[in-house]
Design a binder for this molecule. Structure first.
Ligand code: 4AD
Ligand code: MG
Length: 461
């Protein structure tokens, strides 16, 4: 019994040997006395060609097999005469496990990504999605490898929380209360103390606050888990459920934070390119022409850096008309981010030191009193893929900021404790895993890089 992958990687070892492969029929061509099956076993980007002929007692049955039928093939691996493959299996036995129903939706033709989203349970069987989701697995491993090899402790932060890390109010509520019969307090408002946890809870938007607490024990930590945002933005870059990687580093300022982000991005791109050559070649040919040039460029050059104030200067003097006018203080829109990364710098760029009003409460205030030690990494073609900052380590300053944005200190007591029991300079960031997937594969819609996307009005599968 062998995998198709081992046939490709160690062909010499199996040539002229009897082997058994099991999998699904992707293609079939048959003539009067012989035929070809392409069997894909899931272990590799490509399938293996199986030759069958009238020596097999079930020749007629095999000739009429439907696409996606499952089979177990025994035979000899031989050098192939045909174009397109170096080897093939001469079948001595083809056991048909199940004949697929004839209405299998993935016949051998090109399907649009929109259509394939409606059959998300079957789409990993297509070339594009087989490549996407193997790369997704390898990319996740590369991230763990990078952090583990650099001594970071993988920290599991809770999915259900009572806090709102980003303070944007974009949370999915978690409740066991009966919505048709809500317990009310005397003043008529909902009595959350009757809920499962005795208070209001929601799905986490970020593991950062909990991550920071483990940073104060282990120095360098990272999280890697699902996060949830009830953003109404129905775009190609937003999902309601997405995965985030959040490292947090102790005795480290914003510069060290940016250095870590750049090292990480380079490491994971290199690892995926080396580990998934067939899949990456496919993306380079069929999904984004010039993908390899783009990625090699990233590996070979340093990222650009500008402050928010400089970025505003660039945007207001570049002569380009934006739909959303640029003035100091605005939150940069996607058109601005893309101009900076794609047209001005032509490579990933860190934008730092944003106005405090447009950033979360926990970021360290600069001496100017107006900006905070924030950094966003903008990537050509995507926009923001990382958001991070140096954290406010001064208790009074943090309390002042929380009061300004109306956060209840009771909900953040554990977080404030970090500033009382050995406060320390620290920094961290969040990498959007799906945005990184889009960048590395060239796929242009976030719905096509996560197996079962969750977006407004869509929680199918
Ligand atoms: O910039 P964000 O909101 O930062 C945080 O959550 C911080 N707590 C991270 C930290 O400092 N530890 O989100 C981080 C990244 C974004 O840059 C983006 O790549 C991704 O998460 N992201 C999303 N990805 C897909 N769909 C969404 N709705 C996303 N919202 C953010
Ligand atoms: Mg952000």
């Amino acid at each position: 019994k062998v995998t198709v992958k081992s046939l490709y990687r160690e062909t010499e070892k199996y040539l002229e040997k009897e082997i058994e492969v099991s999998g699904w029929v992707r293609k079939l061509r048959s003539q009067k006395n012989f035929g070809f099956l392409e069997v894909n076993d899931g272990s590799f980007f490509k399938g293996v060609q199986v030759v069958f002929d009238t020596n097999l007692e079930n020749f007629d049955e095999i000739s009429r097999l439907s696409i996606s039928s499952s089979v177990i093939v025994k035979g000899k691996l031989v050098k192939s005469q045909g174009a397109g493959q170096n080897f093939e299996v001469l079948a001595t036995n083809v056991e048909i496990f199940q004949k697929a129903d004839l209405d299998y939706p993935l016949q051998n033709k090109r399907h649009s990504f929109e259509f394939l989203r409606t059959i998300a349970h079957l789409r990993p069987r297509t070339n594009t999605f087989a490549a996407v989701f193997r790369v997704r697995s390898v990319l996740a491993y590369a991230i763990h490898k990078f952090f583990q090899e650099n001594g970071f402790v993988y920290t599991h932060t809770p999915i259900i929380t009572g806090s709102d890390c980003e303070g944007a109010g974009e949370m999915f509520r978690v409740t066991t209360l009966d919505l048709n019969n809500l317990p009310k307090k005397e003043d008529g408002t909902v009595d959350a103390s009757a809920d499962f946890f005795g208070k209001e809870t929601n799905l986490t938007v970020s593991g950062q606050l909990n991550g920071e607490t483990y940073c104060s024990a282990f120095r360098n930590i990272y999280t890697f888990g699902p996060t949830f945002r009830a953003e109404q933005s129905n775009t190609s870059r937003h999902a309601a459920e997405f995965w985030m990687i959040e490292p947090e580093i102790a005795f480290a300022d914003l510069e060290a934070n940016m250095e870590l982000a750049e090292d990480m991005i380079k490491f994971i791109i290199k690892y995926v390119m080396e580990t998934c050559p067939e899949e990456m070649e496919f993306f380079n040919q069929f999904i984004e022409k010039g993908l390899f040039d783009k990625l090699n460029n990233v590996l070979e050059n340093g990222f650009a850096k500008v402050t928010y104030t400089q970025a505003v200067e660039i945007l207001t003097t570049c002569g380009k008309k934006f739909d959303y006018p640029v003035t100091w203080g605005i939150d940069l829109q996607s058109e601005h981010e893309r101009y900076l990364a794609e047209e001005h710098f032509k490579k990933p760029v860190f934008v730092t030191d944003y106005p405090k009003e447009i950033k979360a409460f926990y970021m360290k205030l600069n001496p100017d009193g107006k900006t905070v030690r924030a950094m966003d990494l903008l990537a050509p073609g995507i926009g923001e893929i990382i958001g991070g900052s140096q954290r406010e380590d001064n208790l009074e300053e943090l309390e002042r900021r929380m009061a300004e944005v109306d956060l209840n200190p009771e909900d953040y007591k554990f977080y404030l404790d970090l500033r009382r029991f050995g406060s320390f300079p620290h920094s961290g960031y969040g990498l959007g895993f799906e945005r990184m997937m889009m960048y590395i594969t060239g796929m242009t819609n976030i719905r096509d890089v996560i197996p079962f996307p969750r977006t407004p009005k869509n929680a199918d599968f």
